[in-house]
Design a binder for this molecule. Structure first.
Ligand SMILES: [Zn+2]
Length: 356
């Protein structure tokens, strides 16, 4: 980009890579916790892509994807426009390996970005919005699921303003695509201008497409997630003309895939939502993510503390599982494979054929 770019205190002239921080918050000790940022300013003009990882503090794989892209795969000579990398978006959650901010138990992606004088997490969301997200032309938001999990996937939640760009981005990234349309029972979704002005919602209302990508085994750094993340992101950057060359078509190689019209097939994979349980205890997953499951098949058992199997959680409709969520969401440093009544057993999706 032919103008100098500043994100937080990172300033990159055309042709430069800069590192710095977006201002965060102060702890009780007065120590600052700021948000690391990497800014790559291309020699040529073009769009701005934001690579955003670890909004949830125990989802580590995207961090190395951002590192690899910003320092090894991309360069100012190759890039037209700019690429901004935020490798650890919620450093407060990250420092305690929690899903949400340990101080106020809020989720960086679920709070308003319009409260610069609000609570701890709202201040960080506001800083990220004003310094980086609001200036992006496309956002790749990297998340991870946890063991047991085998499916790399992306979630799109299109609005009238973002649908065309999201379709291009999803096709370019090339993993299983799951579409959400007004089906999430809680939180800020569905995306729209009348919802809580979160990063996603306010971005969508402004026409900024956001592709949410889920890697597997979020607490570890492995080469497969790194490959999937780098390959998919490079292809999206080609599709949006941040990088030269044509984007490769079709799904990525050597990944499990549930095809749909965005990725390697026809029809739509539709988010069904969360399957929940009645009884508390130990959670035993019984089915595989990304594999077809008939309605009525058992997807998980719950075993009480006497060792008795007290519940079988069944698939409500023909479809697929996308991730067991149990241990992932707890705001403790060591989320376990246990569950309470109404807990998060597993996310499911259905496949509709033909397109509707
Ligand atoms: Zn996440």
């Amino acid at each position: 980009m032919t103008d100098t770019i500043q994100v937080g205190d990172a300033t990159a002239a055309p042709g430069e890579l800069a590192t710095g921080h977006i201002p965060g918050v102060e702890l009780t000790t007065g120590d600052r916790i700021d948000i690391p940022v990497i800014v790559l300013n291309g020699v040529e003009d073009g769009p701005t892509a934001l690579l955003f990882s670890t909004q949830h503090g125990k989802e580590l794989q995207g961090t190395q994807v951002v590192h690899r892209l910003m320092h090894d795969e991309l360069s100012p000579e190759l890039v037209a426009g700019a690429v901004v990398g935020i490798p650890v978006a919620n450093p407060l959650a990250f420092m305690h390996a929690t899903y949400r901010t340990w101080i106020d138990n809020r989720d960086l992606g679920y709070v308003s970005v319009e409260n610069p004088h609000g609570n701890t997490t709202e201040r960080m969301a506001n800083a990220i919005w004003s310094e980086a997200w609001s200036d992006a032309d496309i956002v790749l938001n990297f998340h991870c699921n946890d063991h047991p999990d085998s499916l790399y996937f992306q979630i799109i939640e299109p609005t009238a303003e973002t649908e065309a760009d999201l379709e291009r981005a999803a096709k370019a990234f090339g993993v299983t695509t799951i579409r959400k349309d007004n089906l999430v029972e809680s939180g800020p979704s569905p995306i729209g201008a009348d919802r809580i002005p979160t990063l996603s919602n306010k971005g969508a209302a402004k026409g900024i497409p956001e592709l949410m990508i889920e890697f597997i085994d979020g607490r570890y750094l492995d080469s497969k997630s790194l490959d999937v993340g780098v390959t998919g992101t490079m292809n999206v950057l080609r599709e949006f003309d941040v990088l030269p060359g044509a984007a490769k078509e079709g799904p990525q190689e050597d990944i499990s895939l549930v095809p749909c019209r965005y990725t390697g097939g026809s029809g739509v994979n539709r988010a069904y939502g969360m399957l929940r349980n009645e009884h508390g205890g130990l959670l035993y997953p019984r089915a595989e993510t990304g594999t077809f499951i008939e309605a009525g098949e058992v997807v998980a058992d719950v075993v009480n503390l006497h060792g008795e199997r007290i519940e079988r959680v069944e698939m409500p409709e023909d479809g697929y599982l996308w991730a067991y969520a149990g241990a992932q969401q707890f705001a403790t440093s060591g989320g376990m494979q246990t569950i309470e009544s109404g807990g998060k057993v597993v996310y499911a999706f259905t496949h509709e054929e033909p397109d509707k």
